[in-house]
Design a binder for this molecule. Structure first.
Ligand code: SF4
Length: 230
């Protein structure tokens, strides 16, 4: 038995659109297919979705499933942070590939700021995140991986996610088991929970899957489960 990350953390795409331009971006393809917004490279804020934050049933929400935090306007961040503060029943996650562009300081206890690292030459993003975002919680997602990020400095990181490239791209690169295991070992030595995404099952073997969640996320899921099964 293994967990699917989308059952643990739901996307709440309050911003759609991104200027980073990754070749493998599934969000851009979705937007083109469903015409969600006119131009994916011009991020749009869906203010009406702020009401979804008031859901009394706790959720772990990823707010950047179709955007990059570095592409958010300051006024969007302010509005979202205000709603996060009003709704401590949830945990909120953000991801960025451009932490060099961020300048954030917050004392929010339930906001998790992360970077995506896809290769060894992007390890700088972890340090840039901690430098440019002064926050209570940090996470790193290693996905998709194109080579091995060697001996990442995970000091101060609270959660690590590891995955592999999915979809139907040509020249697909698969995460090697040794890459995933080496990152896991660095994290585990620092008692950082590690989550192998479900796409790693065929690569790692189900028996070698490690799927740890931070306690705050587990607390949310526990209440969510109990509420739904009342
Ligand atoms: S950063 Fe994320 S949303 Fe932006 S182009 Fe890359 S994959 Fe797409």
């Amino acid at each position: 038995m293994y967990l699917c990350i989308k059952d643990q953390i739901q996307n709440l795409n309050i911003v759609i659109g991104c200027t980073v331009g990754c070749d493998y971006c599934y969000a851009r393809n979705n937007v083109r297919r469903f015409h969600t917004i006119e131009d994916f490279s011009n991020p749009q804020f869906f203010e009406s979705k702020l009401r979804l934050f008031d859901n009394k049933i706790p959720h772990n929400f990823l707010l950047t499933g179709m955007s990059d935090l570095a592409g958010w306007k300051k006024e969007w961040i302010d509005m979202v942070f205000e709603k996060i503060r009003q709704n401590p029943q949830h945990q909120f996650l953000f991801l960025s590939k451009r932490p060099d562009l961020l300048n954030i300081e917050t004392d929010l206890q339930n906001a998790w700021f992360g970077v995506t690292v896809t290769r060894n030459s992007e390890l700088w993003r972890i340090d840039a995140l901690k430098q440019n975002v002064k926050a209570k919680k940090y996470h790193v997602t290693f996905e998709p991986l194109f080579d091995e990020p060697k001996n990442p400095n995970l000091d101060g990181i609270d959660w690590v996610v590891i995955g592999t490239m999915t979809g139907t791209q040509k020249n697909k690169v698969h995460t090697l088991p040794s890459w995933a295991n080496n990152i896991k070992d660095v994290a585990s030595a620092k008692n950082i929970p590690v989550f192998f995404k479900e796409d790693l099952v065929p690569i790692m073997g189900e028996e070698n899957m490690v799927q740890q969640l931070p306690q705050q996320f587990l607390d949310v899921l526990k209440v969510q489960y109990a509420t739904k099964n009342k």
